[in-house]
Structures are given as structure tokens and as C-alpha cells.
Design a binder for this molecule. Structure first.
Ligand SMILES: [Zn+2]
Ligand SMILES: [Zn+2]
Ligand SMILES: [Zn+2]
Length: 135
């Protein structure tokens, strides 16, 4: 009920987090809300569009993407890392002491998911200079 202390399942994160359009009619903190909002940078397109977990070259340069909603590449960090092809395929730098309410990474080796072999390796890392393309 209350704002978001509930732990969201991995399935929910991959399929619905920031995809479902928020129905709250009053102002609230989007970052604490699992839904997507009009104009929110983190909001995700439904996976049914068929985009893959590869960063869109336009989005990376913060340019409007001419392919729009139908673009086959990820438009932000959330589309990239919450994609079932990439979610929890890297170990979290904080491991089991991670305090993020939503973390894209694995906290134990058991939690690690296999990276789709057809994907390029991660192009963004928290420590790299290219980490700015989506936030
Ligand atoms: Zn909301
Ligand atoms: Zn695009
Ligand atoms: Zn973490």
C-alpha cells in the first residue's frame, strides 16, 4: 500500500517496472513510484515492442530518436538494464550489502542470469565516462 517499501519481484521489474502508466492523480515522487509517468526519463516502453538491450545511438547522445517508440534499441538506463536480456547479468559492486531499492545487478552468484550471447558486452559501467547517456 504505502509508497514502495515492498520488494518488487524480478519478474515485475523486468516486465512492468516503469512500464505500467501511473494512475495516481496527485503529485508524488516519481523515483519512488514503480509506474511510468509522461515525461519521465526512466519510463520504459513495453517489451512487446521488441527492442533489445542495446543502447540507441541517438538516446546515448541525448538526441531525439527518429525511430521514436518503435526504435529497436534501448532509450534509457531502465530499458537497457531491466531488459530480460541484461537484467542481473553483472554483479553489483555492493554485493549483499546493496541498499538500492531497485538494483539492476546480481547480489550473489546464484542471482546472476546468463547474458544473451548475441549481445555486445555492457557499454556502460558506473565507473566509466560514458555512464551519462541516460540519467
Ligand atoms: Zn506514479
Ligand atoms: Zn532510438
Ligand atoms: Zn545492488
Amino acid at each position: 500500500m504505502g509508497p514502495s517499501k515492498a520488494v518488487l519481484s524480478d519478474d515485475y521489474l523486468m516486465q512492468n517496472y516503469k512500464v505500467t502508466t501511473c494512475t495516481r492523480k496527485y503529485p508524488h515522487d516519481w523515483a519512488q513510484c514503480p509506474c511510468g509517468h509522461k515525461g519521465e526519463r526512466a519510463s520504459r516502453r513495453p517489451l512487446s515492442i521488441g527492442y533489445s538491450a542495446i543502447g540507441c545511438n541517438y538516446a546515448k547522445q541525448r538526441l531525439p530518436c527518429p525511430r521514436g517508440e518503435q526504435c529497436p534499441y534501448a532509450h534509457n538506463l531502465f530499458e537497457y538494464y531491466l531488459h530480460p536480456q541484461r537484467f542481473r547479468t553483472e554483479l553489483c559492486q555492493y554485493g549483499t550489502s546493496c541498499k538500492r531499492s531497485v538494483c539492476f545487478f546480481a547480489h550473489t552468484l546464484e542471482q546472476m542470469r546468463p547474458l544473451d550471447p548475441s549481445l555486445p558486452p555492457p557499454e556502460t559501467c558506473c565507473s566509466s565516462s560514458s555512464s551519462s547517456w541516460f540519467l
